[in-house]
Design a protein around this ligand. Structure first.
Ligand SMILES: Cc1cc2nc3c(=O)[nH]c(=O)nc-3n(C[C@H](O)[C@H](O)[C@H](O)COP(=O)(O)O)c2cc1C
Length: 439
């Protein structure tokens, strides 16, 4: 039995799919992603289920690597964030009191000052509940949207990311907690001795400060990271308080977990300062067979061509130029793309999938394991992974929206609570309180 309880976080994307490409086509999916009331509703549902946090994944473009344009990706409803996550978490903060609110923002396109300012503002208005999923972005389509012809190589992107984080911290730390005085009688608005210039001078990033925003309730937002390369894991080990990962199996999760916790310790931190959360797609039914039927129906909604388009976008290669029945081992791919392709079809390459089969496999959940069964058997599977040191909890991804979250919080959460492995109430006010204060 582990001393800590598990963490649960919800994966959101303001668009047609999360990981399962059939999501928007399911009859129960509302496709209300343009309606603020829908986001308020899901925030309330997740808070009722005591989730640690929700977060929005995001990509700053509509992928267009497939067939030289966005016809398939946009036309068939590929993975994209139609709306910017930041205003969405702002409105969600107004209808909740406890749940953490995360947004993905790239360090490759925005200046550290702007990032520090908007994130501190959000932390302020949410009373200390903001998380930042730090990404470096990989798609040329994103770079072009910001007026660049391309992105620097991955190592340079991570160098920049670490400087952006350092600069943000210098800006956030520039205000002491009691710097705002607001003494009307004496006419003293702020104690200027408690506010400092940041004077951050890096190789890639410079910012003088001070920030306009007074010290926010958490001091700085909770940092999330999802790097999976060696460099990405080192960045996660130095900075990540929540690490989001996609692993196919319990064994893969355990290997990743041990590796990353070792890196956290080598970075001089305590292992429990970094929660490692793999993503899962639960598919729940009243009986095992109902759950299996739901899964089969759900997976029948996947579109092979769309799977290829999203894979093309993620890997930066145009898969439309290969015959669909070609075995993936025989594709003439750039070595970097071939490496990422191996990751995408990890564990299935031996079966010598054709390109069409690989695309369907990818479109079915983008590597995220589907956990299928009754609420009790889903809880059994989560408990087993959690107690086998495969993770510190989970990122729950919906296959039907918002129905998956309604069903999960109504049926699986009470079962986990009954077993004593998940909280029944929030322990404090800030997201960091929630992450740390598991008994
Ligand atoms: C589980 C997971 C989720 C990710 N979510 C996003 C995202 O929402 N937006 C984004 O731009 N990149 C996202 N990424 C990309 C990573 O942040 C990272 O840039 C990418 O994995 C390449 O770095 P790496 O080779 O170190 O993993 C995600 C990666 C993983 C593994």
């Amino acid at each position: 039995m582990r001393k800590q309880q598990m963490h649960l976080m919800a994966f959101l994307l303001a668009g047609p799919t999360c990981h399962h490409h059939g999501m928007w086509r399911h009859p129960e999916t509302e496709n209300a992603f343009l309606d603020p009331a829908a986001w308020e509703h899901v925030a309330r549902v997740l808070e009722r289920g005591c989730f640690d946090a929700l977060f929005f994944a995001d990509i700053s473009s509509i992928y267009d690597a497939h067939g030289g344009g966005y016809a398939t990706h946009l036309g068939r409803g590929g993975q994209m964030g139609l709306l910017d996550p930041l205003p969405l978490i702002a409105i969600m903060s107004r209808v909740t009191q406890h749940i953490g609110l995360g947004a993905t923002i790239s360090t490759s396109f925005h200046h550290a000052y702007q990032l520090a300012r908007v994130l501190a503002t959000l932390d302020m208005i949410s009373n200390g509940r903001v998380a930042w999923n730090v990404v470096t972005s990989a798609a040329t389509s994103e770079a072009r949207n910001f007026g660049l012809t391309g992105l620097p190589d991955k190592n340079t992107r991570y160098d920049i990311a670490e400087e952006v984080l350092q600069a943000c911290c210098a800006l956030w730390d520039g205000w002491e907690p009691d710097a705002l005085v607001l003494d009307k009688k004496a006419g003293i608005f702020a104690d200027v001795d408690k506010v400092r210039y940041a004077e951050f001078e890096g190789r890639h990033v410079r910012s003088r400060g001070p920030l306009t925003v007074p010290r926010c309730p958490q001091g700085r937002p909770v940092i999330m990271q999802a790097g999976s390369s060696a460099r990405g894991r080192d960045v996660a080990a130095r900075w990540g308080e929540i690490v989001f990962t996609l692993q196919h199996s319990k064994h893969d999760m355990q290997v990743f977990y041990r590796d990353l916790k070792d890196r956290v310790v080598k970075a001089g931190r305590r292992p429990e300062e970094c929660a490692i959360l793999p993503s899962l797609d639960p598919i729940i039914g009243e009986t095992e067979s109902i759950a299996r039927e739901r899964q089969a129906y759900m997976n029948s909604l996947v579109d092979t061509e769309l799977g290829l388009a999203v894979m093309s976008g993620h890997l930066g290669a145009d898969f439309s130029r290969f015959p669909l029945d070609q075995p993936i081992t025989e594709l003439d791919l750039d070595p970097a793309v071939a490496g990422s392709m191996d990751v995408i079809v990890q564990g299935t390459k031996a079966a010598n999938l054709t390109l069409a089969e690989a695309a369907r496999h990818f479109a079915t959940s983008e590597l995220t394991p589907q956990i299928v069964g009754t609420p009790e058997s889903v809880a059994d599977q989560l408990q087993d992974m959690f107690e086998s040191e495969a993770c510190d909890g989970f990122i729950i991804t919906p296959t039907v929206f918002p129905g998956s979250f309604e069903q999960f919080t109504r049926s699986v959460v009470p079962e986990l609570q009954r077993r004593g492995i998940f909280r029944t109430a929030y322990p404090g006010t800030t997201l960091r309180d929630t992450l740390r204060m598991t008994p």
